[in-house]
Write a protein that binds this ligand. Sequence first.
Ligand SMILES: NC(=O)c1ccc[n+]([C@@H]2O[C@H](COP(=O)([O-])OP(=O)(O)OC[C@H]3O[C@@H](n4cnc5c(N)ncnc54)[C@H](O)[C@@H]3O)[C@@H](O)[C@H]2O)c1
Ligand SMILES: [Zn+2]
Ligand SMILES: [Zn+2]
Length: 373
Amino acid sequence: MATEGRAAMLIEPGKPAVVEDILLDPPGPGEVQVRVVASGVCHTDLTVKMQNGAGMKFPIVLGHEGAGYVEAVGDGVTHLQEGDPVVIAYRAPCEQCPACRRGDPRHCYMALRPKQRLRRKATGDLCSQVLRCGTFATRTIVHSKAAVKMPDNMPLEKACLIACGVITGVGATMNTTSVFPGASVAVIGCGGVGLSVIQGAKLCHAKQIIAVDVNPVKLEWAKKFGATDVVNAREGDPVAAVRSLVKDPWPGYEGGVDFSYEATGRMECIEQAVRMVNYNGIATTIGFPGPDDSVTLNVGNIDTGVYWNKVNLRVCHAGDTLPSHDFPLMAQFYLQGKLDLDGMVTGEIALEEVEDAFHTMETGNVIRSVIRL
Ligand SMILES: NC(=O)c1ccc[n+]([C@@H]2O[C@H](COP(=O)([O-])OP(=O)(O)OC[C@H]3O[C@@H](n4cnc5c(N)ncnc54)[C@H](O)[C@@H]3O)[C@@H](O)[C@H]2O)c1
Ligand SMILES: [Zn+2]
Ligand SMILES: [Zn+2]
């Protein structure tokens, strides 16, 4: 018997998201049905819309930063039961790819996915789910290993942020790179992801955390989350500004940070991240690129070229997370007062307001809008 739900979805390329009824077939083996309680709106959902589905087949149920309660479990699911509070991970390791087989699930090549079980009620068409989740919906079906149990006292309307923005940013500092105590760090872009990089760097005991953005309000917020210095990229060259902010008594020091992170999705910011690290520094790109996006990197400049400055470039996917380990840890950090999720929720909205949330994301002062279902 199918269950009914409502979902914000993209019906065709170039059109705004609409809220419609959906039908859910019961969860299959190894799958769970989740009654979604809250879902954060990440820039990647907007990117999926702007990139006309980013390769997914329409209709597409949006959302991948969700939390809720298990409503039904499929055959063979023993680690979860009805009523369990969960956060939905979009990268639950597949257990079969070369990385998983060699015991390195953080670098799994793909992720477990449910069979397509959501249908658009109006037409009966099977729906795609953004990043295998589809959390802008009153209920969804995901792979059971992607549903990670939360402690009972963890508020789900905050826990949802762990699923993408928080784990991506914090994980970038702890897993994609290992920020060491006393390190200098720069973060370009202070949205939900960038502010989580700042929080992660602070958790790793970085000495200096330089926030870069083009929006002065974001820079003020960055200070509240742990930035020690801020740079407005509209007011000059952010690379020169960041490099000059890092001091060391050693006479040969040319400035630059140990770790830089790009969290904007803008190509020029990747180049800036590469040029602002110090010798042997690590630049990490996080933003979601378009299919034709590319960057030109200087190799030979004596101060900032990737050869002479011995720059490392990393790519961060979901903070190289192992959700079964990292999500409960993030919840624990929150409950211990070490990770600020309350301050990251700048507004709670209804499902029907997804398009407004996209609009404010592009133009306004928002960290995360959270859809309450
Ligand atoms: N790799 C991953 O696993 C992963 C996960 C989540 C999000 N993302 C991507 O990360 C990026 C950030 O996501 P978000 O949700 O934080 O977005 P967001 O829109 O909330 O934040 C982006 C920030 O970048 C700032 N910005 C824009 N242009 C800038 C510039 N030239 N210089 C400095 N700052 C600038 C904006 O003012 C804003 O504060 C997006 O591209 C998103 O798709 C990637
Ligand atoms: Zn996301
Ligand atoms: Zn794998």
